[in-house]
Design a protein around this ligand. Structure first.
Ligand code: RP5
Length: 167
Protein backbone atom coordinates (compact mmCIF):
# COMPACT_ATOMS: atom_id res chain seq x y z
CA UNK A 1 0.00 0.00 0.00
CA UNK A 2 1.25 3.51 -0.83
CA UNK A 3 2.26 5.75 2.10
CA UNK A 4 3.50 9.36 2.28
CA UNK A 5 7.07 8.12 2.10
CA UNK A 6 6.74 5.34 -0.50
CA UNK A 7 9.13 5.81 -3.41
CA UNK A 8 7.45 7.14 -6.53
CA UNK A 9 10.12 5.82 -8.87
CA UNK A 10 11.10 2.20 -9.37
CA UNK A 11 14.49 1.35 -10.85
CA UNK A 12 14.46 -2.22 -12.11
CA UNK A 13 17.62 -3.82 -13.47
CA UNK A 14 17.86 -7.10 -15.35
CA UNK A 15 20.97 -8.30 -13.51
CA UNK A 16 23.31 -7.27 -10.73
CA UNK A 17 25.85 -6.74 -13.52
CA UNK A 18 23.74 -3.69 -14.56
CA UNK A 19 24.02 -2.01 -11.18
CA UNK A 20 27.33 -0.21 -11.71
CA UNK A 21 25.94 1.84 -14.61
CA UNK A 22 22.53 2.32 -13.02
CA UNK A 23 24.04 3.72 -9.84
CA UNK A 24 24.27 7.03 -11.71
CA UNK A 25 20.48 6.89 -12.22
CA UNK A 26 19.88 6.25 -8.53
CA UNK A 27 22.37 9.01 -7.64
CA UNK A 28 20.69 11.48 -10.03
CA UNK A 29 17.30 10.75 -8.44
CA UNK A 30 18.87 11.28 -5.01
CA UNK A 31 20.17 14.68 -6.15
CA UNK A 32 16.53 15.65 -6.72
CA UNK A 33 15.65 14.35 -3.25
CA UNK A 34 14.02 11.14 -4.47
CA UNK A 35 14.62 7.61 -3.29
CA UNK A 36 13.84 4.73 -5.59
CA UNK A 37 12.52 1.24 -5.14
CA UNK A 38 15.46 -0.69 -6.62
CA UNK A 39 15.01 -4.30 -7.73
CA UNK A 40 16.87 -6.94 -9.75
CA UNK A 41 14.22 -8.59 -11.90
CA UNK A 42 14.71 -10.31 -15.24
CA UNK A 43 12.15 -10.42 -18.04
CA UNK A 44 13.62 -13.78 -19.08
CA UNK A 45 14.96 -15.38 -15.92
CA UNK A 46 12.19 -14.31 -13.51
CA UNK A 47 9.28 -13.53 -15.84
CA UNK A 48 6.50 -14.14 -13.28
CA UNK A 49 8.14 -11.82 -10.77
CA UNK A 50 8.52 -9.19 -13.50
CA UNK A 51 4.81 -9.35 -14.29
CA UNK A 52 3.81 -9.26 -10.63
CA UNK A 53 6.14 -6.35 -9.91
CA UNK A 54 4.75 -4.25 -12.78
CA UNK A 55 1.14 -5.16 -12.03
CA UNK A 56 1.39 -4.11 -8.39
CA UNK A 57 3.72 -1.09 -8.78
CA UNK A 58 0.99 1.56 -8.93
CA UNK A 59 -0.72 0.29 -5.78
CA UNK A 60 2.62 0.67 -3.95
CA UNK A 61 2.74 4.35 -4.93
CA UNK A 62 5.10 4.02 -7.89
CA UNK A 63 4.41 6.63 -10.57
CA UNK A 64 7.26 5.95 -13.03
CA UNK A 65 9.13 2.73 -13.76
CA UNK A 66 12.72 2.90 -15.02
CA UNK A 67 13.84 -0.44 -16.44
CA UNK A 68 17.42 -1.11 -17.53
CA UNK A 69 18.77 -4.19 -19.24
CA UNK A 70 21.35 -5.37 -21.73
CA UNK A 71 21.43 -7.82 -24.64
CA UNK A 72 17.87 -8.80 -25.75
CA UNK A 73 16.55 -6.13 -23.40
CA UNK A 74 12.87 -6.89 -22.92
CA UNK A 75 12.60 -5.74 -19.33
CA UNK A 76 11.16 -2.28 -20.07
CA UNK A 77 8.74 -3.79 -22.57
CA UNK A 78 7.65 -6.41 -20.03
CA UNK A 79 7.02 -3.66 -17.47
CA UNK A 80 4.95 -1.73 -20.03
CA UNK A 81 3.00 -4.87 -20.90
CA UNK A 82 1.82 -5.27 -17.31
CA UNK A 83 1.32 -1.67 -16.20
CA UNK A 84 -0.24 1.59 -17.36
CA UNK A 85 2.48 3.62 -15.61
CA UNK A 86 4.99 5.45 -17.81
CA UNK A 87 8.00 3.21 -18.42
CA UNK A 88 11.46 4.56 -19.25
CA UNK A 89 13.83 2.02 -20.80
CA UNK A 90 17.60 2.26 -20.41
CA UNK A 91 19.54 0.10 -22.88
CA UNK A 92 22.84 -1.16 -21.50
CA UNK A 93 25.99 -2.48 -23.10
CA UNK A 94 26.45 -6.02 -21.76
CA UNK A 95 29.10 -8.65 -22.48
CA UNK A 96 28.98 -10.43 -24.86
CA UNK A 97 27.10 -7.76 -26.74
CA UNK A 98 27.08 -5.23 -29.50
CA UNK A 99 28.03 -2.16 -27.50
CA UNK A 100 24.41 -1.74 -26.43
CA UNK A 101 22.93 -1.50 -29.93
CA UNK A 102 21.22 -4.86 -29.33
CA UNK A 103 19.61 -3.53 -26.14
CA UNK A 104 18.77 -0.19 -27.74
CA UNK A 105 16.79 -1.83 -30.53
CA UNK A 106 15.09 -4.26 -28.15
CA UNK A 107 14.07 -1.36 -25.91
CA UNK A 108 13.04 1.22 -28.48
CA UNK A 109 11.28 -0.95 -31.05
CA UNK A 110 8.07 -1.52 -29.13
CA UNK A 111 4.98 -2.37 -31.17
CA UNK A 112 2.12 0.17 -31.34
CA UNK A 113 0.03 0.21 -28.17
CA UNK A 114 2.84 -0.54 -25.70
CA UNK A 115 5.14 2.50 -25.52
CA UNK A 116 8.48 2.62 -23.76
CA UNK A 117 10.36 5.93 -23.52
CA UNK A 118 13.82 4.77 -24.56
CA UNK A 119 16.84 6.85 -23.55
CA UNK A 120 20.49 6.66 -24.60
CA UNK A 121 22.71 3.63 -24.03
CA UNK A 122 24.58 3.38 -20.73
CA UNK A 123 25.44 6.10 -18.23
CA UNK A 124 24.01 9.02 -20.25
CA UNK A 125 20.71 7.18 -20.54
CA UNK A 126 20.81 6.22 -16.87
CA UNK A 127 21.07 9.88 -15.84
CA UNK A 128 18.51 11.00 -18.40
CA UNK A 129 16.06 8.34 -17.25
CA UNK A 130 16.23 9.83 -13.76
CA UNK A 131 15.75 13.37 -15.07
CA UNK A 132 12.84 12.31 -17.27
CA UNK A 133 11.21 10.57 -14.30
CA UNK A 134 11.63 13.78 -12.29
CA UNK A 135 10.07 15.78 -15.15
CA UNK A 136 7.05 13.46 -15.14
CA UNK A 137 6.64 13.77 -11.37
CA UNK A 138 7.20 17.55 -11.56
CA UNK A 139 3.98 17.92 -13.55
CA UNK A 140 2.20 17.63 -10.19
CA UNK A 141 4.96 18.80 -7.87
CA UNK A 142 5.97 22.50 -7.91
CA UNK A 143 8.96 21.88 -5.61
CA UNK A 144 10.40 19.38 -8.09
CA UNK A 145 9.72 21.84 -10.91
CA UNK A 146 11.82 24.44 -9.07
CA UNK A 147 14.63 21.90 -8.62
CA UNK A 148 14.55 21.13 -12.34
CA UNK A 149 14.79 24.85 -13.18
CA UNK A 150 17.77 25.15 -10.83
CA UNK A 151 19.36 22.04 -12.35
CA UNK A 152 19.06 23.51 -15.87
CA UNK A 153 20.48 26.86 -14.75
CA UNK A 154 23.48 25.20 -13.07
CA UNK A 155 24.10 23.07 -16.14
CA UNK A 156 24.08 26.13 -18.39
CA UNK A 157 26.43 27.98 -16.01
CA UNK A 158 28.87 25.07 -16.06
CA UNK A 159 29.04 25.13 -19.88
CA UNK A 160 29.44 28.91 -19.87
CA UNK A 161 32.32 28.65 -17.36
CA UNK A 162 34.09 26.14 -19.61
CA UNK A 163 33.44 28.35 -22.64
CA UNK A 164 34.97 31.34 -20.86
CA UNK A 165 37.98 29.28 -19.70
CA UNK A 166 38.80 28.02 -23.20
CA UNK A 167 39.14 31.70 -24.08
C1 RP5 B 1 20.34 -8.90 -19.30
O1 RP5 B 1 21.40 -9.68 -19.65
C2 RP5 B 1 20.79 -8.13 -18.10
O2 RP5 B 1 20.09 -6.91 -18.02
C3 RP5 B 1 22.26 -7.92 -18.33
O3 RP5 B 1 22.54 -6.66 -18.91
C4 RP5 B 1 22.59 -9.02 -19.34
C5 RP5 B 1 23.60 -10.01 -18.84
O4 RP5 B 1 23.20 -10.50 -17.58
P1 RP5 B 1 24.21 -11.32 -16.66
O5 RP5 B 1 24.55 -12.56 -17.42
O6 RP5 B 1 25.39 -10.43 -16.41
O7 RP5 B 1 23.43 -11.60 -15.39
O8 RP5 B 1 19.20 -9.63 -19.01
Amino acid sequence: MATEKSPQVAVVIGSDSDLKVMESCIEQLREFGLTAEVRIISAHRTPRIAAEFAETAESRGIRVIIAAAGMAAHLAGAMAAWSTLPVIGVPLAAEPGMGGLDALLSTVQMPPGVPVAAVAIGKAGARNAAILAVQILALRDPALRDKLAEFKALQAKSVQRKDAAIG
